[in-house]
Design a protein. Structure first.
Length: 469
């Protein structure tokens, strides 16, 4: 539902008086009720939902706000569709600028409208055509909306697309000719002392440096240098200093998905015509993936049924980074790192800062431990036979391992969860003694359920089996 012009005037009046904030987001909790036929009684349903309500621009609310979830960041990607109407909001990251809007409606007419602060900046009319038009805007909000009315002549079977690029950050520079630099993390400017974040997919942030000098008669020679070093007060000591170089008025610092992931203290410096011009210092921190994303990757890469349980148990809810700081989770005792708390071998730099690489490293180690556990129980070679074969050699026949219930798991021969899995899980934690072995003296299976650990031993397998996923 769109807010009328008169309503917007009233809202802006209250905003100026300090009575309300126009772009504020309010979350309303609501619950459906079942009303009796006589309308004298009602029964609340068991479900309760949250409804985010924005007063004014949705895109101007905080990026973590529920109201901002329906607002896309401008990224220059093409949006395509067919017979379904579309209304898409974009956060342009600035309140003024110019960009070239492109669209294609082919032979069946559609109508495309670009709206800013309640006014249509461009209206294609009901046409079947292709256009690329400049659009300029200036106001108090960062939100722009693109509406597509397909089949505007009552037809069907249409198709269309449009592209809304981001305005150049240099458009917002008020003083031309002085050579200002804007360092952008997506649509947000990175100030000196600022922060950017490795995204939830484990990729480096989109960081671009712009040298803005619209009055220059000759294109200046701009050279960029970025260094990434470990935080001086951090326990993160696994990364060597990284040095990147670029040139030109625009430098996309981390160009693609193949860029090695590394966080830390970053410093951007630049020279103009071989003269030192300035610098910006900022931090590159991490963002945790969702539990679903971790489970999906783990199950895609590993057939080990207990791998998702270990992923949840090690740091709780699949944490690669501390929520409060964005720094990698590193244990204070053995320096275990990230989701799988990689300890021995020590996590690499990329396994420290990329959750996907941490998962791959953890699963590789886990598979090697599973192989060792199988050999421990079943190795046929002498002089060190597997434990099952030692039992056969001494007793003259196979001796089944007694079923073992550990927390929510039951390990039993002939099932999908064998005692070899039990041994492998304990091995992953680096225990000095295996979970079970053949006792030649007493001619029976001997269980060593607890891991040696200070301040006290514990059953690691039980903790893993009780993990909630």
């Amino acid at each position: 539902m769109e807010i009328g012009e008169r309503t917007m005037e009233v809202l802006r009046y209250y905003e100026k008086k300090g009575i309300m904030q126009l772009s504020a987001c309010t979350v309303i909790n609501w619950r459906p009720y079942s009303v009796s036929v006589d309308r004298k009684s009602a029964t609340a349903a068991d479900v309760q939902s949250s409804l985010p309500v924005a007063c004014g621009s949705q895109c101007d609310t905080d990026s973590s706000s529920l109201c901002a979830q329906s607002c896309a960041a401008c990224d220059g990607q093409t949006v395509a569709g067919a017979d379904t109407p579309v209304s898409r909001r974009y956060n342009l990251g600035t309140t003024k600028g110019t960009m070239k809007f492109s669209y294609q409606t082919y032979s069946i007419p559609d109508r495309v409208t670009v709206v800013y602060e309640g006014k249509a900046l461009y209206d294609s009319g009901c046409v079947g055509t292709s256009q690329s038009v400049p659009i300029s805007f200036s106001g108090s909000t960062k939100e722009m909306r693109v509406d597509v009315e397909p089949n505007c002549q009552g037809t069907s079977g249409t198709k269309w697309y449009f592209t809304l690029p981001c305005p150049s950050p240099c458009d917002a520079v008020s003083t031309k000719g002085q050579g200002q630099v804007r360092l952008m993390g997506g649509i947000h400017e990175i100030q000196d002392g600022g922060k950017v974040y490795i995204d939830k997919e484990g990729k480096m942030p989109a960081v671009t440096a712009y040298y803005c000098d619209g009055a220059a008669s000759v294109t200046p020679n701009v050279q960029w240098t970025l260094t990434i070093a470990a935080f001086s007060s951090s326990t993160v000591v696994f990364c060597e200093e990284k040095l990147l170089r670029g040139s030109g008025a625009t430098w996309k610092i981390f160009p693609g998905a193949t860029t090695a992931v590394q966080g830390g203290q970053a410093k951007l410096t630049w020279t103009v015509n071989q003269q030192a011009a300035g610098s910006v210092i900022f931090q590159i921190l991490g963002t945790n993936p969702t539990q679903r994303d971790v489970k999906t990757l783990v199950t895609q890469l590993s057939m080990l049924w207990y791998a998702p349980l270990i992923a949840v148990h090690e740091t709780g809810a699949n944490g690669q980074f501390a929520k409060a700081t964005g720094l990698p989770i590193i244990s204070s005792d053995l320096k275990g790192t990230g989701i799988f708390q990689l300890t021995n071998p020590r996590a690499t730099c990329e396994q420290t800062w990329s959750w996907t690489e941490n998962v791959r490293g953890g699963l590789s180690l886990m598979q090697s431990q599973a192989n060792l556990a199988w050999n421990w129980m079943n190795k046929p070679e002498t002089p060190k036979l597997g434990q099952r074969l030692q039992a056969v050699a001494q007793m003259g026949k196979p001796v089944p391992v007694p079923p073992e219930r550990v927390g929510q798991c039951v390990f039993a021969d002939g099932t999908a969860r064998t005692i070899e899995d039990d041994v492998a899980i304990k091995m992953f934690n680096g225990a000095t003694q295996n979970y079970v072995g053949w006792d030649n003296t007493n001619r029976e299976w001997k269980f060593v359920r607890l891991n040696d650990y200070k301040p006290g031993p514990f059953n690691y397998v039980e903790r893993v089996c009780n993990a909630q996923i």
